[in-house]
Design a protein around this ligand. Structure first.
Ligand code: UDP
Length: 238
């Protein structure tokens, strides 16, 4: 069942259920993709129909961000919990490692995906990294050919939002992968280039605050959060 917030339907599932669904999609013929919208992306979708279409058509829509949880509560239709993109990716890689599935890492600045691949191989013994490619390319064709030739079962697509959502919608089938997952800045974290917030911030739902303090230039993007809550409050069902 999906819970609608400002036009975006979120799957009402726990992390465990999300990972199980991801595994099911990997084992189902055809191309599938998962998105992990936070309040900022929902706000983008309100004014960008192509982004909205890409998000709404995803096979899995995960509630990434405490703001989404607040928004759902505000509407009187609470979600089971937060399913962060990074947590989902970690759970999925754990399962893939046990089942010999292969992963393509697409996105981030040159060199980052390779570094992430080394770290992930060590963290998930058995995980096959089929290939890597930075996210600064002009043409989709050669990139799709590279993923297809690698035979990857899954591709992590880390091009930032809403570029990655549109890219997956348009190109998922041509990649040959069974599951593509849009994961924003995750490769920067997996490579060790960027530190994730300490666990206490994560548990308190204050990861956004930590990122803001570390990188104050995010303030413009962060201002979308109060806007999102304001818009959600305006949609409140009687
Ligand atoms: N990026 C990319 N190609 C682009 C634009 C961005 O590969 O054309 C990468 C960028 O290097 C970064 C990620 O996409 O690794 C976006 O990170 P950000 O923290 O903005 O994403 P978020 O998780 O906040 O959506």
């Amino acid at each position: 069942m999906r819970i609608e917030i400002l036009g975006v339907g979120f799957d009402n599932i726990t992390m465990e259920q999300a990972v199980a669904e991801g595994v099911r999609l990997i084992n189902t013929p055809g191309a599938h993709y998962a998105v992990t919208p936070n309040p900022e992306i929902v706000e983008v979708c309100r004014t960008d129909p192509e982004a909205m279409e890409a998000v709404r058509n995803a096979d899995l829509v995960l509630a990434d961000g405490i703001g989404i949880i607040y928004g759902a509560k505000l509407l009187g239709t609470p979600l089971k919990g937060r399913v962060t993109g990074i947590g989902f990716a970690q759970g999925l890689m754990g399962e893939m490692a046990q089942n010999g599935k292969s992963l393509f890492l697409l996105g981030a600045k040159p060199g980052v995906a390779e570094k992430a691949a080394d770290k992930l191989r060590a963290a998930y013994p058995g995980l096959q990294i089929a290939g890597t490619r930075d996210g600064y390319f002009q043409e989709d064709g050669p990139v799709l050919e590279e993923i297809r030739a690698s035979g990857a079962d899954v591709a992590f697509v880390c091009l930032g939002a809403p570029k990655q959502e549109k890219w997956m919608r348009k190109n998922g089938a041509a990649s040959g992968a069974r599951l593509l997952v849009g994961l924003g800045g995750c490769l920067d974290v997996f490579s060790g280039e960027v530190q994730r917030a300490p666990e206490i911030f994560q548990r308190l739902g204050l990861e956004w605050f930590y990122r803001l303090v570390k990188n104050p230039s995010r303030i413009g993007r962060m201002m979308k959060l109060p806007l999102f809550l304001l818009h959600t409050a305006g949609e409140r069902r009687p």
